[in-house]
Ligand binder design. Sequence first.
Ligand SMILES: [Zn+2]
Length: 304
Amino acid sequence: MNFEIQILGSSSALPTINRFPTAQILTANEQPYLIDCGEGTQIQMRRFNAKFGKIKHIFISHLHGDHYFGLFGLLSTYNLLGRTEPVNIFADKELENILMSENSPIKYEELSYKLNFFHLPDDTQIIFENKTLTVTAFPLKHRIKTRGFLFKEKKRQVNVIKEKISEYNLSIQQILDLKAGKEIEISGKKFLNTDLTNPAPPQRSFAFCSDTAFNEDIIETIKNVNLLYHEATFSKSDVSNAEKTFHSTAEDAAIMAKKSNAKKLVIGHFSTRYNNPTILLNEAKEIFQNTFLANDGEIFKIEF
Ligand SMILES: [Zn+2]
């Protein structure tokens, strides 16, 4: 079962030719989830062959333009394509006001599909779940209300060993019992569940933290995450800018990865003042070696 993110935009406020503003797609069990939607997100989805039409759920961290201006174009395009499947948007309630206002370029009554809004809570809460995963929203520390998102796979059932099915000619009911973790009896002989099954794979997780000042309050929520995406807008030489604008330095991101015991860190949301963000990568790696730069189009597979 796949569990991976694709970077669609890795720049901070100002887009460049190579880096668009923030947007990412998490794909879990073949279902894509869009996280933030900066200007030009739909172009990036086409450029990088993302599963554009399959997106049902969109998560918006906050209402700075570089994280949601792309929604207007995307929602309009879905309408022009005659989409009928509803679109679910998880965002601050103000976004609903903006999109539904009289002067909004999105004419709700004329859309070919239904737009559903889910308002993000103030505290840490599960905001979405299905058979595959749960999504938890948690507060970040930024100039306006901003949420991070933790995507976590649900616990899966144990796998019945194929050879054992034929060896013991297991019935459907016996297979179901084994999958449910029960022990079974075959011709009067008791078997332990572990004799006939392989353990379920561990649950994988992905945390998305953009935009935010350094904030240790979230460590408990993102503890042991497999992949942490954390913004790293500034170098340590520009720490005063980071403090002023409630953003993080590459070092801040790396400390967060270390303290939360993340397995891997991807940094992004780079200020355009750095022609080459390798300087940020090197600063982060001094503290957390397993750090990677987000580059538009790049896919990071989330391993067990
Ligand atoms: Zn922001």
